[in-house]
Design a binder for this molecule. Structure first.
Ligand SMILES: Cc1cc2nc3c(=O)[nH]c(=O)nc-3n(C[C@H](O)[C@H](O)[C@H](O)COP(=O)(O)OP(=O)(O)OC[C@H]3O[C@@H](n4cnc5c(N)ncnc54)[C@H](O)[C@@H]3O)c2cc1C
Length: 482
């Protein structure tokens, strides 16, 4: 059993199938150099994974098994390891991200040459690939009918039922002595500790359980609280779903049952989990998205800002110094914690492409580098939604106003004060647009615009006009070409 983005024993599809169909099962995990070597020395995700793998190994040992842990290029490691362990088959859960599919194709070939079969299973989503199609057999590109079809299919209790791994745990065997390994420390992996623990983000199955139980206690309020970044409304479970320390089936089954009992919060949360499946199936059918293509090709004609000034605007966005407090607070939250509230992901993404006129792919890459819960499909889907180039995206003429978003979703400026402390003494009214404050108010707040906090890098009204023109030109050119 080769663990990848499924770092748990409970309700693990591939582990269940391995245990059920094989007399003896050895487990393995590879810290993949092909991924890790490109990362900066401090990366919260690596620390999260290391902690999760430690827990996984302890759990498997507690069940009579073990976990062989290697630090190598997975593509080169799995087939030789399979040969050394003299196994007949390798079991793993599917990973449909394009880079992972390439890796698995290589592994499949190498295993086949060694006479070993490679068996993969769905585990990361509730419904994958072609499981939810339109009546005509097409791929859904609009969320609402997709969700309806998803819900109808989920009526079959099988899809949300857990895999009873424990029932077959007898097949787990300890690693043969010559292959027994301990989990490398962060330092041995070439990484340094981050602020993961200060943030209170516990890794592994234990971290997932604690967070999930805490969230279920407040899930009924999810629909009314989820949009306010200063409120503990969302689940913060994205990172656990990303690395499989929480089962998506368990999350969806819990929400499905509570929604069935009338919880509006649970119904809304289930809808978000369905968005995750939706984007995953979009990605599975459009691998070209991973090459940077727009979902709607006409949007690839947009002429984004380039050059020195554009680079300066991009740096201001990344560093949270655009002069728009809610945007800056969101960007600082991302860099300081690896998390960004969903509302702010939408606001900051919209600001990048529709206020700064910068290519959404720059923002997508920045998020990919910093988000603990980075998922290619959801990140790409979110960015293409914001830039209007995606499926079921925000219409191009809908442009978030960063000030009114701030007034609406952080009315008392609580979230802004947490991440942009230089504005803390401004009144609740002025904190959303400090450049409009009277000199006397600024003085009372101890604030000099352009000195303690930047003036807005762009004027929203002007930027809005330019964006409408930029998008119309691209659309017209595409229409003429058609
Ligand atoms: C520009 C942009 C980029 C994004 N990048 C990512 C990403 O890399 N990884 C990621 O998991 N989500 C991404 N999202 C979606 C969403 O913002 C996050 O899933 C959510 O904020 C994670 O926090 P949470 O776990 O507290 O979410 P909750 O609100 O508690 O939602 C529960 C779970 O549902 C799923 N989910 C929620 N909203 C969405 C959505 N719109 N699309 C897909 N899945 C969703 C996630 O798995 C999330 O953990 C992005 C959204 C935007 C607008």
């Amino acid at each position: 059993m080769w663990f990848r983005r499924d770092l748990r024993v409970q309700d693990n599809a591939a582990l269940y199938h391995a245990l059920r169909s094989c007399r003896e099962v050895v487990c393995a995990f590879v810290f993949d150099r092909a991924i890790l070597d490109a990362l900066p020395q401090r990366d919260r995700r690596v620390e999260f994974i290391q902690e999760s793998v430690l827990q996984l190994q302890a759990a498997l040992r507690g069940m009579g098994g073990d976990l062989v842990v290697r630090h190598a290029v997975a593509e080169e490691e799995i087939a030789p390891l399979a040969r050394q362990l003299e196994v007949q088959a390798v079991f793993a859960n599917r990973d449909d991200e394009p880079a992972a599919l390439d890796r698995d194709a290589q592994v499949l070939g190498a295993l086949a040459n060694a006479g070993v079969s490679f068996q993969t299973f769905k585990d990361h989503v509730v419904f994958e690939r072609d499981e939810v199609l339109t009546q005509a057999g097409g791929v859904y590109s609009v969320f609402t009918p997709y969700k309806r079809a998803w819900m109808a299919k989920a009526e079959d209790a099988f899809y949300l039922s857990p895999y009873p791994v424990e029932r077959y745990a007898d097949a787990l065997i300890p690693t043969p002595a010559e292959h027994r390994t301990e989990v490398p420390t962060l330092a041995e992996l070439g990484f340094e500790p981050t602020n993961l623990h200060e943030l209170g983000l516990g890794g592994g199955m234990a971290g997932a359980r604690q967070l999930f139980d805490e969230f279920v206690g407040r899930i009924d309020r999810y629909d009314s609280t989820r949009d306010f970044p200063a409120v503990r409304g969302p689940s913060y479970l994205g990172v656990h779903l990303r690395f499989g320390t929480l089962s998506i089936r368990e999350a969806a089954a819990t929400a499905h049952a509570l929604a069935g009992n009338g919880s509006r919060g649970a119904a809304t949360w289930l809808g978000e989990l369905i968005w995750r499946d939706f984007y995953a199936q979009v990605m599975a059918h459009r691998p070209d998205l991973a090459e940077g293509k727009s979902y709607k090709p006409e949007y690839d004609r947009i002429r984004w800002h380039h050059g020195k000034h554009a680079d300066q605007l991009f740096a201001a966005w990344c560093e949270g110094r655009t002069g728009y407090p809610l945007v800056d607070a969101g960007m600082r939250q991302l860099v300081q914690s690896g998390y960004m509230h969903n509302r702010l992901r939408m606001v900051t993404a919209s600001f990048l492409c529709k206020d700064l006129g910068l290519d959404w792919r720059r923002g997508e890459a920045f998020f990919a580098e910093h988000l603990n819960d980075f998922e290619f499909a959801s990140n790409n889907g979110g960015w293409q939604w914001a830039s209007s180039s995606g499926c079921d995206a925000q219409p191009y003429f809908r442009i978030f106003n960063p000030v009114t978003q701030s007034e609406r979703f952080d009315p008392e400026g609580k979230f802004i004060r947490r991440y942009v402390p230089e504005l803390a003494r401004l009144s609740n009214k002025m904190i959303h647009a400090p450049w409009l404050a009277k000199p006397v108010e600024l003085e009372a707040a101890g604030l000099r615009i352009g000195h303690d906090y930047p003036a807005p890098v762009v004027d929203h009204g002007e930027a809005r006009q330019q964006t409408l023109e930029r998008y119309s030109v691209a659309r017209e050119t595409a229409e003429r070409a058609a």
